[in-house]
Write a protein that binds this ligand. Structure first.
Ligand SMILES: *Cc1c(COP(=O)(O)O)cnc(C)c1O
Length: 855
């Protein structure tokens, strides 16, 4: 049946149950178990069908609602939960105890994975953004989220009979989702509009989702103001390349800032002072803010200072090929349109992000470069990823070592109330009196081994039941009858390994198949069997990823294997919530260091599933020898086949010799005591560290607060400091070619210096047109162990003080700076003197990329 017109009729809720509407519309239900239980009690069946209160209310018979409306106990319960929600939305929380914190923070992301009921995510980046909003809400952080509303979200995956991934794009009806449209006081839907080439305009309405205390604005181009082509700008997540994607990102960035202005006006949210761009997709937001400031009378450079000061940019990929890029002619066509960004010229835009700045071609516009140029504050998402990012972007700060590149790191976290299984929450409630599993002592004997083991078994049994249901449903959806063996898929008492992730090739979905015979032996071991649950979607355009899925699928289809290794189609939040807790071990085997952070293993860890992983992403920094297992990475292998072979062999060895023996070693009453010891240690030590609360607090303290502080300074007194900073930077850049360390005098040391002696230094510095206060002259010292003597490690630096002018040898005026370094440790010592620009409004001395070193 073609051309069916669909719309959603929302249920009419009896007056007495008005609380249900309020509870259903705020997505806080997605992490509030008592609210979930309330909805589930309305109809177990409808709950399981959708995991979505709005769908559920639409699906149950009106008679059932009438019955509940007449049940005083139910009505009371609903009202109590509504009151609890209202309290949650208004009471002071962690953030309200801070002083001098920003009044509002805008958080941009191309995807948000808040709940299965709002499928606007493809994978890790979106889930992270959803968890960020939820934790911000719990902590009282005044965040406002900005994204796009994709009519089809990401695709639904099914697998054909020959193992090939099929994609379907079910159309979402926003009226059936927990969204409301942003309206003007006259009732008309509010709109943002962007000027495009050839006199066209792209319009969008704004949907508002309530994520606890956080409002999430989602822009939607599927409206009558747009022609057919422009309506489809927000048709699907990462659907097209080139122009389609550019239009999405223009809307997200430029339209996003305009939507915030509407929300300030119409919803009374405070004007953000800090703008956080989660990955490069939303980088154009900074250009729109520059355009607005130019409208207020600033020059481009002055406006750039203001925008940079208040912007936080988070980079998420250590793989250069993973970065978002556009062909220059496309950028030229759009940004030459005067209506798009009034006051900002094409050259100014190009100047911020052409890849030639970091040694690439000048025909490519790079969104990560834009992010770094527009964000004074930048970070990677794990310590290792921070290091990799500093090295990757080092060419943007010429003259500085990778260590000094101003990109810090905040390791990702996961939202515990969303990801911890109810069995574990119930256990914590029963024994510690709190459902917050991240703050209790799992190593204390308040919880017995028997109690913990029962909970772990319960979680594994749920995963087994869910896997059987999914495998049967897949057979039925393919038009068949589920064969009898599907009832025997997996076993509730067998050591269960989980592996689920996007089908990106660096994640190596099929590493486990490297030696199929050995894997089969592990799975079918009569004494210590192992079973593996696998899931993951390949990007629709990634045939190589689909081929890997097919290879795995074919292996798993073999009659002797199929009950021991299953591939579950359509990995999503709902599957993930059951899958992680029900595994005993979570496997991750990326090619180091390509996994920026990885969060699935964190969600597993929070449920007492032990990680078995390559030392990459978060595991590189948290693995301590006792909280799981590290698969040694064979970085120095000759080629990728050899590397795969070595790493796969190490993986099999660990399963055969460590995991399986420990899991199956049981006490008299059948309890794996040593295994549970690890589970307890893992829960106790990792849970607080891996929680999104820790992550969001760290963002607030290390990035949002400084950004707010710098932005406030530049903003004050009609942008006086911004004007001054812009002029100062211009002066420094112009004068820098004349800045040099003319010569350095040293003394004070014995022929063979000893610890405790003092190195006296005096540097004669040519300053050109600069004043001594414009520069920091410093001695940089450390260990000098390389044979060539040209590299220092364990760097430290110390500023040299102004001593007064003295004529230099060549006759040109120099200025002397001096100081004393105390040699406080033995070993090889090396030092050099260098000059850097100095200004209290620079967040890092490397910021301008200018340095003059002693020759
Ligand atoms: C957590 C999660 C991811 C991301 O997992 P990674 O380990 O970062 O690859 C992807 N999809 C879903 C559904 C998730 O819940």
């Amino acid at each position: 049946m073609k051309a069916i017109r669909r719309f959603t009729v929302r249920a009419v809720i009896p007056e007495a149950l008005a609380a249900l509407d309020e509870l259903a519309l705020n997505l806080r239900w997605s992490w509030h178990r008592p609210t979930q239980r309330l909805f589930r009690s309305i109809s177990e069946e409808a709950w399981h069908a959708s995991h979505d209160p709005i769908q559920l209310l639409g699906a149950v018979e009106p008679a059932r609602l009438e019955e509940l409306a007449a049940d005083p106990a139910f009505v009371q319960q609903a009202n109590d939960l509504r009151d609890d929600l209202r309290r949650y939305l208004s009471e002071p929380r962690w953030y309200q105890g801070l002083v001098d914190a920003p009044q509002s923070i805008a958080y941009f992301s191309a995807e948000f994975g808040v709940a299965a009921a709002l499928p606007q995510y493809s994978g890790g980046l979106g889930i992270l953004a959803g968890d960020h909003l939820k934790a911000a809400s719990d902590l009282g952080v005044p965040l406002i989220g900005i994204g796009l509303f994709y009519r089809s979200g990401y695709f639904r995956q099914s697998i054909s009979g020959d193992g090939w991934q099929q994609e379907a794009y079910p159309v979402l009806d926003p009226d059936g989702l927990p969204l409301s449209v942003l309206r003007r006081p006259d009732g008309m839907a509010a709109r943002v509009s962007l000027g495009l080439p050839d006199g066209r305009a792209l319009a969008a309405r704004v949907w508002v989702a309530e994520v606890g205390r956080v409002k999430l604005l989602l822009l939607d181009t599927n409206i009558r103001d747009n022609d057919e082509e422009l309506r489809s700008v927000t048709d699907r997540l990462y659907g097209g390349g080139g122009e389609h994607r550019l239009l999405q990102e223009l809307l997200l960035g430029i339209g996003g800032v305009r939507a915030i202005a509407l929300a300030v006006e119409l919803l009374g949210v405070a004007q953000p002072t800090v703008f956080h761009t989660n990955e490069g997709h939303s980088g154009f937001q900074g250009l729109e803010r520059i355009s607005n400031l130019i409208g207020e009378g600033l020059s481009f450079d002055e406006a750039l200072q203001v925008v940079r000061a208040g912007t936080v940019f988070t980079t998420h990929t250590p793989v250069p090929a993973g970065i978002d890029r556009f062909e220059r002619p496309l950028i030229e066509r759009y940004f030459a349109t005067p209506d798009l960004l009034p006051g900002v010229t094409l050259d100014q835009v190009l100047g911020l992000a052409l890849e030639s700045q970091m040694g690439g071609p000048d025909s490519v516009f790079n969104m990560a470069v834009l992010g770094l140029r527009l964000g004074q504050h930048a970070n990677g998402v794990a310590k290792l990823h921070g290091r990799v990012s500093r090295a990757m972007f080092q060419p943007l700060w010429p003259g500085f070592d990778a260590d000094e590149v101003p990109i810090t790191s905040v390791t990702n976290g996961v939202h515990a109330p969303t990801w911890v299984d109810s069995s574990l929450i119930a256990l914590a409630e029963a024994h510690f009196g709190t459902g917050d599993t991240t703050r209790v002592d799992w190593e204390s004997d308040q919880v017995t081994d028997a109690g913990l083991w029962a909970a772990r078994n319960e979680m594994r049994a749920s995963t087994v039941a869910d896997a059987r249901r999914r495998v049967r449903a897949a057979h039925e959806a393919a038009g068949g009858v589920a064969p009898a063996w599907t009832d025997e898929v997996l076993d509730a008492n067998t050591l269960t390994i989980g592996f689920a992730r996007r089908g990106a090739s660096y994640k190596r979905l099929t590493l486990m198949l490297h030696d199929k015979e050995r894997l089969a032996k592990i799975l079918l071991d009569p004494e210590r069997p192992v079973q593996i649950v696998v899931a993951g979607k390949a990007h629709p355009a990634d045939d190589e990823g689909k081929r890997l899925i097919q290879e795995l699928y074919e292996f798993a289809e073999q009659p002797e294997i199929r009950e021991h290794l299953v591939f579950l189609p359509n990995y999503d939040i709902t599957m993930a919530q059951t899958l992680y807790p029900g595994t005993d071990v979570w496997l991750n085997n990326p090619l180091r260091p390509m996994e920026a952070c990885g969060t699935s293993g964190m969600k597993a860890a929070l449920n007492g599933s032990l990680n078995l992983s390559i030392l990459d992403g978060w595991w590189d920094e948290y693995y301590d020898g006792k909280n799981g297992w590290a698969i040694p990475s064979a970085d120095s292998a000759g080629d990728s086949d050899e590397r795969d072979a070595l790493e796969a062999a190490a993986l099999y060895d660990l399963i055969e010799h460590q995991l399986a023996p420990m899991f199956y070693e049981r006490s008299e009453d059948g309890i794996p005591v040593a295994w549970l010891g690890r589970v307890r240690y893992d829960l106790k030590t990792l849970s607080p560290e891996l929680s999104a609360d820790r992550m969001v607090m760290q963002y607030v303290q290390e990035l949002y607060a400084p950004a707010h502080h710098f932005a406030a300074k530049l903003d004050a007194h009609g942008f006086a400091a911004a004007r001054a900073l812009s002029a100062w930077k211009r002066k420094v850049v112009a004068a820098w070619p004349q800045v040099a360390v003319a010569h350095v005098e040293s003394g004070g040391l014995d022929a063979v210096p000893q610890v405790g002696e003092e190195l006296h230094l005096r540097a004669h510095v040519a300053l050109g047109a600069l004043a001594p206060a414009d520069v920091r002259v410093e001695v940089v010292y450390g260990r000098s162990e390389s044979a060539a003597g040209d590299e220092l490690t364990e760097l430290r630096s110390q500023e040299l003080e102004l001593e007064g002018g003295a004529p230099a040898k060549g006759g040109a005026a120099t200025t002397a700076f001096g100081g004393i370094v105390v040699l406080d440790r033995a070993g090889s010592f090396g030092y050099t003197v260098r000059v850097l620009p100095k200004n209290e409004l620079l967040a890092s001395a490397a910021e301008l990329g200018l340095v003059a070193s002693a020759g």
